[in-house]
Ligand binder design. Structure first.
Ligand code: FFO
Ligand code: ATP
Length: 184
């Protein structure tokens, strides 16, 4: 193995932070276009995505496209014991900043919907052959995806596609169903 998961995370964050803005914007727009032409996107009535942080793939275009297409948009809220609950996204103003600096929807048990048709999963790095994902290390999505029955997809900038032996796999890592990428 080239890196531990921790080292691979730090390297990916550093790489994403120095990516030229023009290239990042161009690639991100391509990813949005590729996503919105997928049959599984077109047929999805409910999609889940994240509110992206500064060096993550920008999800604002995904949210806008979904809302424009009349789809329901769900975003995650972290709960104790590393659980995630997905709640409706309405506007940015309705979100609250968690202690980790992530914008999250307010928790209302009556509004939780953990069964979107399509789940756009966040991550720092991916591999193409095994469709593995390196997340932020919280284990939130690994736990959640164990029980999730819908379709999963990740959006990968070119620098986020890495060789299969880049970091060690754990038994609880859940492979993704689709990885959309701008890497040639
Ligand atoms: N935009 C976005 N939202 C997201 C995620 C994401 O990857 N991206 N998540 C993807 O999972 C969940 C939150 N992920 C988290 C992942 C790790 C830690 C974490 O490591 N917390 C440490 C303290 C932080 C630190 O080390 O300073 C802790 O709990 O001890 C927190 C949240 C849900 N929302
Ligand atoms: N299904 C699971 N059941 C119990 N513990 C788990 C499960 N999945 C992950 N974990 C725990 O969570 C920790 C973090 O896992 P990992 O490093 O794979 O997170 P990640 O995929 O990078 O993060 P995330 O899923 O939040 O994006 C692991 O050390 C592991 O102990």
């Amino acid at each position: 193995m080239t890196y531990t998961k921790r080292d691979a995370r730090q390297r990916q964050i550093a790489t994403l932070r120095v990516m030229p803005l023009a290239q990042r914007i161009a690639e991100t727009k391509t990813l949005w276009q590729q996503l919105t032409t997928l049959p599984v996107w077109r047929s999805a009535r409910t999609i889940a995505t994240t509110i992206s942080g500064d060096f993550e793939v920008d999800t604002s275009g995904v949210i806008a496209a979904a809302q424009q297409a009349g789809k329901s948009v769900l975003v995650p809220r972290t709960l104790p014991h590393r659980q995630l609950a997905f709640l409706p996204f309405t506007t940015m103003n309705a979100l609250v900043r968690s202690k980790f600096g992530i914008l999250e929807p307010p928790y209302d048990p009556a509004l939780v919907n953990n069964q979107p048709d399509l789940m756009i999963v966040p991550g720092l790095a991916y591999t193409q052959q095994s469709r593995s994902r390196l997340g932020f290390g919280g284990g939130y999505y690994d736990r959640f995806l164990t029980h999730f029955v819908g379709t999963t997809v990740a959006l990968a900038l070119s620098v986020q596609i890495r060789p299969e032996d880049d970091w060690p796999r754990d038994t609880f890592d859940v492979p993704l169903q689709h990885i959309i990428t701008t890497k040639h």
